[in-house]
Design a protein around this ligand. Structure first.
Ligand code: ADP
Length: 669
């Protein structure tokens, strides 16, 4: 076994690899970019080396810099994690030349699976079932059209060099084929520098079921059963589970055998995943093989009790697989939810910012959290916005699902928008509970999964009021204690007024509207005039932001996170953001805010869709911003007239930069 390994990655996967290395007594070496100097994977490693500026191209993708650190630190092997250099055959080859073990498959296996069409030809030879299609070298448009007609519509065009869903087009009938082909080729060329495509029968309601395989250099190969990754947005996974709901033993064996045959066909060594589409009639088809550890590997670990990173290290060090096939068994059910800093209601737009408050559910035999961040860390434009993977396990799927729902309800993140509410909506959907999964799940259940923003409930408003009033009372107490005259009426926070009822009016901004709540002081607490009626409330703050409240006799626990005038009220199962309007401190600021439109994240302006003088309605697309490798359309936050545009197309803007201004008389609250 190795004494020292280098982890050529960051975030949760780097931390994950360090955990196993530490368990085995292996010294770990991290690398980091400028943006990650204070990151968790740097803190956890025994040694860490700076390798360049924040953009991955200039740091985590710099093979020479990483090999140099490996030599300097005396690392005998490099674990590439996933993404970055993990499927880069040249890097694996360079490691070999430098006498360092690449913890991954042989170079030839990476190459064989690097092209989707070449991989398919190899699989065909190994009698692994393929989706009916065309994956030949001849790219003549007429020949491709003929191929599509023969396959029968709908047909899927895929970039041979593709990944991440780019360069894919569904074609529903013969007349649309030529245009779709041209578009897919353009996208493939710009995305991968290679415009070759392949054609596949488009399955209309498939499941994504993949098999974890493992092989050693001594000729042993096993599979560790399947994972169902059908819950996808933009062809990317968000929830994964093992075993696949409803999978029967016969089909499992057939798919497992096919995956092992696939691995053997390319002389595979190490951890790999063979991805299949499973059709409604139980037919399954090879899609691609990922020659690395997958993001969702923990669900397999939870049901098999194996540590796949340990297996990787053993195999890379020349050892034998720890198990043969019949020694592996499925125990219970595991589900993984990927927690992202992103906004589901804005087409999953990544959300950039600092994690000002982070509280996770308690880890146990049932709940595992794989993360690379701590409270206070930032989510930057440079890397994947995944905050953590929440993995739950129980004896049955129903039990695991219950644990998932409760762990999601306890997961508190403030500072960036997250998909936690969305994940909870999926986990609570009856079709998900019934195991009725396919890759179109999110689209089909869109209405139930993307609820309209609801106004703050009376309970949320009461908790916010209570928090503000209790904080003010505590501040006044502190001020009184520090002043010469602690009995001065100026320190009172009881809203005392001469000749009047003691009360205060609190105004909150809630999405686009404002809500006023009058709080009357009563000896037993605050009597609040809420939209739904009066409520007597009282409570206690514990200094950690936790609020123990009595709302008209009901005991409620909440966490209120304050950031300037922003209050995030986190209760079991949800969080709601309100802005406290402080009439003194922020007079005039609202108006300025309303007239401006700022960049939600750093990026490049791709297109301006309006010009000064254009009258727009709320929701009108204004600007297209390219950030985190995706295009984001920024829409008008309200009706108005564009007064000025501050940047031209092509400009690079910082987060918060004012993109355009509205004419001030058109700004409505
Ligand atoms: P990428 O490598 O770009 O991620 P994949 O080939 O892995 O692309 O496919 C990603 C997803 O696209 C799959 O998980 C599935 O949801 C969908 N998909 C791929 N091929 C087909 C097909 N032939 N029919 C229906 N859906 C497909």
């Amino acid at each position: 076994m190795f004494d020292t390994i280098l982890i050529a990655n960051r975030g949760e996967i780097a931390c994950r690899v360090i955990r196993t290395a530490r368990k085995l007594g292996i010294r770990t070496v991290s690398v980091y970019s400028d943006a990650d100097a204070g990151a968790l994977h740097v803190a956890l490693a025994d040694e860490a080396y700076h390798i360049g500026p924040a953009p991955a191209r200039e740091s985590y993708l710099r093979a020479e810099a990483i090999l140099e650190v490996a030599a300097r630190s005396g690392s005998q092997a490099i674990h590439p994690g996933y993404g970055f250099l993990s499927e880069n055959a040249e890097f694996a080859e360079a490691c070999g030349k430098a006498g360092i073990v690449f913890i991954g498959p042989p170079v030839a296996a990476i190459r064989a699976m690097g092209s989707k069409s070449a991989a398919k030809r190899i699989m065909e030879g190994a009698a692994v079932p393929l989706v009916p299609g065309y994956h030949g070298e001849d790219q003549d448009p007429a020949l491709l059209q003929g191929g599509a007609d023969r396959i029968g519509y709908p047909v899927l065009i895929k970039a041979t060099a593709g990944g991440g869903g780019k360069g894919m087009r569904v074609v529903w009938d013969a007349p649309s084929f030529a245009d779709a082909l041209a578009a897919a080729k353009r996208e493939a060329l710009s995305g991968f520098g290679d415009d070759r495509v392949l054609l596949e029968k488009y399955l209309t309601r498939p499941r994504h079921v993949e098999i974890q395989v493992f092989a050693d250099a001594r000729g042993n190969a096993v599979h560790l059963f399947e994972r169902d990754c059908s819950i996808q947005r933009r062809h990317q996974k968000v929830l994964e589970e093992a075993p696949a709901p409803g999978m029967d033993e016969g089909l499992r064996m057939k798919m497992g055998d096919a995956a092992v045959a696939a691995a053997r066909a390319i002389g595979y060594v190490g951890a790999g995943t063979v991805e299949f589409l499973l059709d409604e009639d139980g037919s399954f088809y090879f899609m691609e093989m990922n020659t690395r550890l997958q993001v969702e590997h923990p669900v397999t670990e939870m049901i098999t009790g194996q540590d796949l990173v340990e297996w990787q290290l053993l195999v890379a060090a020349g050892g034998e697989l720890p198990c043969v096939q019949h020694e592996l068994a499925i125990g219970g059910h595991a589900i993984e939810a990927r927690i992202y800093a992103e906004d589901p209601s804005r087409d999953f737009l990544p959300s950039i910012g600092d994690l000002t408050h982070l509280r996770t559910p308690q880890e146990s035999a049932h709940v595992r959290i794989d993360t690379g961040v701590r409270q206070g860390d930032g989510v930057s434009i440079h890397y994947d916005p995944m905050i953590a993977k929440l993995i739950v396990w129980d004896a049955t799927r129903a039990g695991a699902l219950r644990r998932l729902r409760s762990a999601l309800a306890e997961y508190q993140v403030v500072g960036v928008t997250t998909n936690i509410g969305f994940l909870a909506a999926v986990a609570s959907h009856p079709a998900f509970a019934a195991g009725d999964l396919d890759t179109g799940f999110i689209e089909r259940h869109r209405a139930a999964l993307f609820p309209e923003a609801v106004p703050a409930s009376d309970q949320v408003l009461a908790l916010a009021c209570l928090d503000v009033l209790l904080c003010r009372a505590a501040e006044a107490e502190r001020a009184a204690a520090g002043s010469g005259d602690c009995w001065s009426p100026w320190h009172l926070t009881t809203g005392w007024q001469m000749n009047g009822d003691s009360h205060q009016v609190l105004t909150f901004g809630d999405n686009e509207s404002a809500v006023c709540v009058t709080a009357h002081y009563r000896p037993s607490g605050y009597l609040l005039d809420l939209p739904g009626g009066q409520l007597l409330t009282r409570g206690q703050l514990d200094g950690e932001g936790d609020l123990l409240a009595d709302l008209g006799g009901a005991r409620v626990k909440a966490t209120v996170v304050r950031h300037g005038c922003d209050l995030t009220i986190v209760t079991h199962g949800g969080s709601h953001r309100l802005t406290l309007h402080d009439p003194l401190a922020h007079a005039g600021e609202q108006e300025v805010e309303g007239g401006r439109l700022t960049a939600p994240m750093p990026g490049k302006i791709v297109a301006l869709l309006v010009e000064p003088g254009t009258r727009v309605e709320r929701g009108t697309p204004l600007v297209i911003l390219e950030a985190m490798k995706m295009e984001h359309t920024i829409t008008a936050p309200r009706d108005g007239v564009v007064a000025e545009i501050h940047f031209a197309a092509g400009a690079v803007v910082n987060e918060g930069a004012e993109l355009l201004a509205f004419a001030s008389d058109e700004v409505s609250g």
